[in-house]
Design a protein. Sequence first.
Length: 117
Amino acid sequence: QMQLLESGGGLVQAGGSLRLSCSVSGTIFRINVMGWYRQALGKQRELVASITSVGNTNFADSVKDRFRISRDNAKNTAYLQMNSLKPEEKGVYYCNADFFGAGREIWGQGTSGTVSS
C-alpha cells in the first residue's frame, strides 16, 4: 500500500526557517511530480511548490524568492526548505505525489507549521 509521510513542521518566529520532508513508501511506480500545499484555517488548500522527476520546479509567486524544493529520487523523498517565514504562512502543509502509469495520486496527513509574529 502506497503511503506518504511528512515531517519537519513546528513553531518558528517570523523570519525563521523550517525544513519539511516527504517520503513515499510502498510504491512500485516511479514518482512523477511531488508537491507541497498549504492550508490555512478556513481557507482552501493552495500549492506552495512542486518538483518533477527531472528537477523542474514551480513555486507560488509569494514564496519563490524564499523557498527551495528538492528531491532525492533514490529515496522517494522531497524536501521543502522555507526561509524568512511570515506569520500568514502558518497552516497545515500537505505533501502530494503522483505516479507514472498508476493513474492516481496520494496525499500525506499533513504537518503543521506555525509562525509567530
